[in-house]
Design a protein around this ligand. Structure first.
Ligand code: AMO
Length: 453
């Protein structure tokens, strides 16, 4: 059959005159040019109903054998889903089509032919394994479900920029090939940098801190790289981080900013994405009130009271949080200094705290994690801005001053007090849309098993 298809394979002078959403009352009886790919097709012998999909949605095309040349009709009839076509035709009213109009073609150009049926349907939520979908990700991303997810992602990104610009932040970009680690716990990806070893950046941490000297309020939306050895539904090896840093504030101010930012984002999605939310069947989290704040020490006590095995100083696993918190946003604050990276400022000593192991007192830090249920969305803190304190803390954590010389020397010139946070974009999307797998919150996920496509 295939060799009978007439493929122009070239646009020539054809250009789209209208997107699907522009096919409306105002163009009834007009001849338009619409372009897209076939999302579905119903064949009634001498009549075809084709759904032509563009960036905004579907347009119904009614094709009748008697109104087109045999050749073109037969070619169209044999086209599979995903093939691209351009149609010049008249817009007519059609109550039964999804947008109440259809286009009756006068001329058709076949631009690109799909040779194989895709292993998943465009309309299905898909019970097919994620690996099969990821192997053909560009096609998978055409599915309605992911289209909705990524349209909402777009709103989220725009609203983050809007909120931060309105609050006098400057968008910056920092190097992704770096010389030293910043986040103690997370492993690095080593790379060759000419004749030296370097690493992919785990975080823009030190650069965003430095940039508060020149710009006071900065943010960056960029990838972070983490050599995560585990296979989970919430870790990526390459994730997008929304990093925010501000001078002359502390961690309590940054919690206010983050709280307001999340509520602004959810309001924007609510205002702009009702169609996508309805189609996903998702209700947005209730964010009518500011998020609650619980200190790490109180949380550990509560967990111990409910007979969970945890010692003060341990990290808190998602499993432990699962029974305690439902689908809600909340902050865990004042983490032990021992659990936080070297740049995080310590609080004054907790007077009721007992020594941890004889000589190491229970130092707390000016820090927070923003959680949604058992999912960590963000970490933030007040940073150390005094060179001596920073050097002491580095020593405590076993870090070499020499390796961080490029950073420490800045502190000779008076780094202002500052605080900030890093917010995982994919994790936020998981929380807002209740996605089970972080891989569906990113275009081409990277994990321990996957480096392609
Ligand atoms: P942290 O290491 O907690 O803090 O990272 C901040 C947020 O980034 C997201 N995140 C990830 N998302 C997906 N996959 C991963 N492997 C992954 N790793 C981190 C999470 C996390 O809460 N420099 C500090 C931030 C700061 O203090 O400003 C930092 O990187 O949502």
């Amino acid at each position: 059959m295939e060799d009978k298809i007439i493929v122009e394979n070239e646009l020539g002078d054809w250009r789209r005159t209208h997107y699907s959403f522009q096919i409306s009352d105002s163009v009834i009886n007009n001849v338009v040019t619409v372009i897209g790919w076939i999302s579905s097709k119903r064949d009634h012998g001498n009549v075809l109903f084709v759904q032509l999909r563009d960036r905004f949605g579907d347009i119904q095309i009614l094709v009748k054998r008697k109104e087109l040349s045999e050749n073109i009709f037969d070619s169209l009839k044999s086209l599979k889903e995903h093939s691209s076509i351009a149609i010049k035709g008249k817009v007519v009213e059609q109550k039964n089509s999804s947008n109440e109009f259809e286009v009756i073609p006068e001329d058709i150009r076949i631009l690109s032919v799909s040779n194989k049926p895709a292993p998943f349907l465009t309309q299905s939520i898909s019970s097919i394994g994620i690996d099969t979908r990821l192997d053909l990700r560009a096609i998978d991303l055409r599915r309605n479900h992911l289209q909705n997810v990524f349209k909402i992602r777009n709103t989220i990104l725009n609203s983050i920029r809007e909120y931060l610009n309105d609050n006098y932040f400057v968008e910056v970009n920092t190097p992704k090939m770096i010389a030293t680690a910043t986040e103690g716990g997370a492993a690095l990806f080593p790379i060759f940098y000419y004749d030296r070893e370097a690493f992919l950046a785990q975080s823009p941490q030190l650069y965003k801190e430095q940039l508060t000297m020149a710009f006071e309020n900065v943010f960056e939306i960029a990838p972070i790289f983490r050599a995560e050895p585990s296979r989970t539904n919430r870790h990526l090896s390459e994730a997008m981080s929304v990093d925010v840093e501000k001078a002359y504030v502390d961690y309590t101010d940054m919690m206010d900013y983050l709280d307001n930012l999340i509520r602004y984002i959810i309001q924007s999605v609510n205002d702009k994405n009702q169609i996508e939310l309805d189609s996903l069947g998702t209700e947005l989290p209730n964010v009518s009130k500011p998020f609650s704040r619980i200190t790490y020490s109180t949380l550990v006590e509560n967990l111990q009271k409910s007979h969970k095995y945890i010692r003060w100083g341990d990290d808190i696993s998602p499993k432990l949080l699962k029974d305690l918190f439902g689908d809600e946003f909340y902050f865990i604050t004042d983490w032990p200094s021992s659990t936080k990276p070297f740049y995080v400022k310590s609080k004054k000593m907790d007077p009721i705290a007992e020594p941890n192991n004889g000589d190491d007192p229970r130092m707390l830090s000016e820090s927070f994690d923003l959680m949604y249920g058992s999912l960590e969305l963000s970490s933030g803190s007040t940073r150390i801005n005094n060179k001596g304190d920073l050097m002491d803390n580095m020593k405590k954590k076993g870090l070499s001053h020499k390796a961080f010389d490029y950073h420490l020397r800045v502190f000779d010139y008076g780094v202002p007090p500052h605080a900030g946070f890093g917010l995982g974009l994919e994790r936020l999307l998981m929380a807002i849309l209740k996605l089970d797998n972080i891989r569906d919150a990113t275009f081409y996920p990277r994990d321990i098993d996957r480096l392609t496509p």
